[in-house]
Design a protein. Structure first.
Length: 322
């Protein structure tokens, strides 16, 4: 933020306290971040849309930043995280909001929209298009597809392993992860074939200097947050995927009914997570009121940080259709 007032608000959801950054006045836009980020990853959107007549809020998802960090994996199911979104919408938006979700924030957003359709009037998904729940959990499917090689989400299932690796040198770990999934990384860095027993950071580089979209001051915000809170909560989201499969049977195969859009980076590794598929080829296929997609040339996974101007323009176009 560069001049507009930013308020920090606490929202209670039962035993969970959520730290929420808020700017502006008007209809509520709620921004939901992914892994490994913070409300801070929406800093460019907070200012931009607050100046255009919206009340814009970005929460630290539970497990991150200033929000509660429960220990148990079950506390990080999509149903639980959707209840956090509803609590924020009720307190800050009088029960209604447009929701922007990036990375894990996208499934959190669409799950909220499906479970609580009266709370979500529209959904913008960044980097992860809507994929309806199917007949097998995503993590079990990926175990089968990547049975002979490394896949980060499978590696994350073993409690403590990724925490120890990432927390050994937080600054370097974050730089490597952010760079590897950015549009600045050499092609193929993230998905390079690694043996199944590899670690997350094996083969990733620490660029010197880091691309200009994240300054040292920006990185300081993330490093300080993860030094204080660690990685268990954020990694528990990956570990809760079989719980999601069991808990969300009522939305299996359901289309997303709210007005929706998709924004992704041309060079995002997420589009190739499922071998042989381009997840960005038809990002509206599971949506009944899809208002269009924007694929940003040369941009990677962190679209709202790597290309804030282009991302904001795409989101503005979506808002103009509502």
């Amino acid at each position: 933020m560069t001049g507009r007032r930013l308020d920090l608000v606490s929202v209670e959801n039962g035993p969970i306290t959520l730290n929420v950054a808020v700017a502006g006045q008007g209809p509520l836009i709620l921004c939901v971040h992914g892994w490994p980020e913070l409300a801070y990853s929406w800093r460019h959107q907070l200012e931009h849309f607050a100046a255009r007549g919206y009340r814009v809020a970005a929460l630290d998802v539970r497990g991150y930043g200033g929000s509660s960090k429960p220990h148990e994996v079950a506390d990080y199911s999509l149903r639980e995280l959707a209840s956090d979104v509803v609590a924020v919408v009720d307190q800050l938006g009088q029960g209604k909001a447009i929701v922007f979700g990036h990375d894990w924030g996208a499934p959190i957003s669409w799950t909220t929209a499906l479970l609580h359709p009266d709370k979500v009037s529209a959904v913008a998904l960044l980097s992860v298009p809507y994929i309806p729940l199917g007949d097998i959990s995503f993590i079990d499917m990926m175990r089968a597809l990547y049975k002979d090689r490394f896949f980060y989400q499978v590696y994350f299932q073993r409690e403590g392993a990724a925490e120890a690796e990432l927390e050994a040198d937080l600054r370097t770990s974050l730089r490597k992860v952010y760079f590897a999934w950015s549009g600045s990384a050499p092609a193929g860095m993230w998905e390079a074939r690694k043996p199944a027993d590899a670690r997350l950071l094996d083969g990733l580089v620490d660029p010197q200097p880091f691309p200009a979209w994240m300054t040292e001051r920006d990185l300081d915000v993330y490093v300080e947050a993860f030094q204080a809170g660690g990685f268990r909560g954020p990694l528990n989201r990956y570990r809760a995927q079989n719980l999601d499969f069991a808990e969300l049977r009522e939305i299996v195969g359901k289309p997303l009914p709210q007005p929706s859009c998709f924004v992704g980076g041309e060079r995002d590794m997420a589009r190739a997570l499922i071998p042989g598929m381009d997840l960005y080829a038809d990002p509206g296929v599971g949506c009944t009121d899809f208002r269009g997609s924007t694929i940003l040339p040369g941009i990677g996974h962190w679209v709202q940080q790597e290309a804030p101007g282009e991302t904001n323009a795409a989101l503005e176009r979506f808002l103009s259709t509502l």
